[in-house]
Design a protein. Structure first.
Length: 321
């Protein structure tokens, strides 16, 4: 999940000097931000510092990270004409800086710490492109799926092609696993997922460099987990709204699971953090293939020492098992 970010004073210090996109586009600074949580927390993997929306900037939709508001797309793509105008993305020339960051990070990481690359899954990236920003109900997206299914399909294909090259580029630059974030897919019914998302997520995963583990994550997905598993991934990422044991049974034990502590737990006392973390490990039952993680990214209100306490608790508890 997101482990760099505004809860870390050293990240805020970097942000005081650089805009968010500027930070993403400066490989030396982005590599430094990637390494900050690894050094401070002792986590088992580094997460590349980038964003799922970098890949849409070359679509010329007017991407901006407005202060305090999150991402804004000034020219959302809401109809078949707008989709038809989209040009294929030249990944190397538009987001090659991410590959440079990955190379720098890999050179700096201790050998025991792998780099995890990532991208947004086509639905979640399309949701920003179509809605113009975050959304509650995804009405523009759903309208396009129902009214202009051909345009929706075309938009997904543009994103699948760009994202495949983007993730394979991260892998070539040294990422040892990749995570696909379908963060907002829980807005969909199982039928809409099956018809309008699953084929595209599956096509994307099918284009990725073989043998590199793929973590496939979403939130609000309890009804979608078996379908996400059908779409693909070696590991299914779980949010905190499901019990890990039931969710693992639902996706099948031939895939791994990642998760799933509620990030808000980290706002509470260490005793509660410990109890909840241990319960998740009990639910995983010592079965190989569980990656302990939060059920979503670290909240900006989180005291960094609580994240460090969690890492130590998980390391200590898993070494006892
Ligand atoms: O550990 C890391 O280095 C994390 C890197 C990372 C970022 N974005 C940096 C970021 C990752 C893995 C992402 C993915 C991402 N971006 C997702 C999927 C993961 C998820 O949380 O569901 C999504 C939906 C986005 C889109 C996005 N980017 C939003 C909605 C926002 C604003 C809201 C927020 O949480 O701040 C961003 C901005 C963003 N991306 C920040 C960071 C550190 C904060 C920006 C800032 O510094 O002002």
């Amino acid at each position: 999940m997101r482990q760099a970010g505004r809860y870390l004073p050293e990240y805020r210090a970097m942000r005081a000097r650089h805009g968010f996109l500027e930070l993403c586009k400066s490989p030396a600074a982005a590599a430094e931000v990637t390494l900050q949580p690894v050094e401070r927390l002792g986590v088992d993997a580094a997460i590349l510092f980038a964003d799922i929306l970098l890949i849409v900037e070359p679509l010329d939709v007017g991407l901006e990270f407005a202060t305090g508001e999150g991402p804004v797309i000034h020219r959302p793509v809401r109809d078949a004409e707008a989709v038809a105008r989209l040009k294929p993305v030249d990944v190397e020339s538009s987001v090659g800086f991410v590959f440079e960051t990955a190379r720098k990070v890999c050179r700096a990481l201790p050998p025991r710490v792998p780099l995890v690359g990532f991208a947004g899954a086509p639905f979640t990236v399309a949701s920003y492109v179509v809605e113009g920003g975050p959304s509650r109900d995804y009405l523009w997206v759903k309208r396009m799926m129902y009214e202009a299914p051909g345009a929706w399909r075309r938009l997904m294909e543009v994103l699948v092609d760009a994202t495949a090259v983007y993730l394979n580029g991260q892998i070539a630059a040294g990422a040892q696993a990749v995570q696909l974030f379908d963060s907002w897919v829980g807005a969909l019914s199982p039928d809409d997922y099956r018809e309008h998302v699953l084929p595209h997520s599956r096509a994307l995963i099918g284009k990725l460099t073989p043998e590199v583990p793929v973590i496939h994550f979403g939130t609000g997905t309890s009804a979608l987990l078996p379908l996400m598993r059908e779409a693909g991934g070696d590991v299914i990422g779980l949010d905190w709204r499901v019990d890990l044991d039931a969710a693992w049974a639902a996706v099948g034990y031939d895939v791994g699971v990642q998760g799933n502590l509620d990030p808000a737990t980290l706002l509470g006392p260490v005793g509660t953090i410990r109890a909840r973390a241990e319960r998740i490990l009990e639910r995983a039952g010592g079965r190989p293939g569980h990656i302990f993680n939060l059920g979503h990214g670290v909240l900006k209100e989180t005291p960094p020492e609580n994240v460090k306490a969690l890492v130590d608790i998980v390391h200590e508890a898993s070494s006892r098992r």
